[in-house]
Write a protein that binds this ligand. Structure first.
Ligand code: GDD
Ligand code: MG
Length: 369
């Protein structure tokens, strides 16, 4: 079976991380996010995969190429303008025309049993099968109500509170019959969530409910949470083995000075230096080639590739993007995001979900927020 991964969105809610890097290439535990989607597909026996792209396609193409390095076959289709989720699939019709095919939102981390989902789709002779997962707040998702046989009774995208009658939502993975392509107009914006699925209610559309791990990484909070879940092995990923039983994963050669302290769970990238008297963890992912100076303390945070943290920097529940430079004594906390190659002087306090854009220069002691 072939799969289409939708990666055309701009990832606006993850800005500034997605200004120069498309959401699929934003690192998750030091690997492009979408590589987890590809690994998950491969584990489920799906090896022919099409990327449906729009925003910043080049980085994805050059990293994954034809897929042979990852043991899969990849094709790429780039839209001139956003076609919506269904329009994007119509646009790659030539790749999926024969038989059933899979569609995946490209921003979902899950270990869902796709094989079992395909099996249910075949047993029910469904026209379409939507993966479903329970969430506490369905308002940011597609609300799906199902009957006793799993048949979809209603599909409502981004419901308001008074419309919510179930906690099951669209988990963003579909198995579809080829004939669904005939329902989608070509060359115009059209969506599965507001077009195809509401029209298919009562006409062979089924839900596949599961309690597998599931997370849409589309906001900074969820992106951080996905890291915590990988670190705690709440989700089975290729990083799980490296974390082993001590929950410390050193990826390659890490220069850990005597007196540097790692508090598990923690992941440290290749070539990173942690100086004496620095403390990293619990719950921290440090990218490759970073420098963490004496007196630094990093917990529940992500520091991407090549960042430099000078003496006594404290980071908590925050994200420092690649190449950023953080001056001595600065505090980064409370959901702050420091963009790529930003240069933050010493003695600043950056908290309250502040978002510093890439390449920004912040003078010493100028923000105490
Ligand atoms: N190629 C292409 N073209 N891809 C697109 C387009 C487009 O015009 N628009 C969105 N996408 C891709 C995004 O890159 C993302 O991977 C996926 O489609 C879903 O878009 P989001 O913008 O992330 O949607 P959402 O998170 O608000 O809602 C969707 O996902 C929820 C689950 O996380 C919907 O499918 C909901 O029903 C669902 O519950
Ligand atoms: Mg999303």
């Amino acid at each position: 079976m072939k799969a289409v991964i939708l990666v055309g969105g701009q990832g606006t809610r993850l800005r500034p991380l997605t200004l120069a890097t498309p959401k699929p290439m934003v690192p998750l535990a030091n690997k492009p996010f979408v590589s987890y989607v590809l690994e998950h597909l491969k584990e489920n026996g799906i090896e022919d995969i099409v990327f449906s792209m729009g925003y910043l396609p080049e980085g994805i193409k050059s990293y994954f190429g034809d897929g042979s390095g990852f043991g899969i076959n990849l094709a790429y289709v780039v839209e001139d303008h956003p076609l919506g989720t269904a329009g994007a699939v119509k646009n790659v019709e030539q790749h999926v025309r024969d038989g059933d095919f899979l569609v995946l939102n490209g921003d979902i981390l899950t270990d869902l049993d796709i094989r079992a989902m395909i099996e249910q789709h075949r047993v029910k002779e469904a026209v379409g099968t939507i993966s479903l997962t329970p969430v506490e707040d369905p308002t940011a998702y597609g609300l799906v109500s199902i009957g006793e046989e799993g048949e979809v009774l209603g599909f409502l995208e981004k419901p308001s509170w008074d419309q919510i009658d179930t906690n099951l939502i669209n988990a963003g993975i579909y198995v579809l019959k080829g004939e669904v392509l005939d329902m989608i107009p070509a060359g115009v914006e059209y969506s599965f969530e507001r077009g195809v699925f509401p029209r298919l209610v009562g006409k062979g559309l089924y839900g596949f409910s599961s309690n597998a791990y599931w997370m849409d990484i589309g906001t900074p909070e969820k992106y951080l949470q996905a890291h915590y879940d990988i670190l705690e092995k709440n989700v089975e990923t290729s990083v799980s083995d490296c974390l082993d039983s001590d929950f410390v994963c050193l990826q390659g050669k890490v220069n850990l000075e005597t007196g540097a302290k790692l508090v598990p769970p923690v992941i440290i990238g290749d070539g990173t230096t942690i100086k004496a008297g620095a403390r990293v963890g619990r719950m921290a992912v440090i990218g490759a080639g970073c420098t963490i100076a004496t007196g630094c303390a990093i917990e529940e945070s992500i520091v991407q590739e090549g960042a430099r943290l000078h003496e006594g920097v404290r980071v908590r529940q925050s994200i420092i993007a690649s190449g950023a430079d953080i001056g001595p004594g600065t505090v980064v906390a409370g959901g702050a995001i420091i963009g790529e190659n930003a240069s933050i002087g010493g003695d600043n306090i950056l908290t309250n979900h502040i978002r510093i854009y890439p390449d920004t220069v912040v003078k010493k002691g100028s923000i105490k927020f």
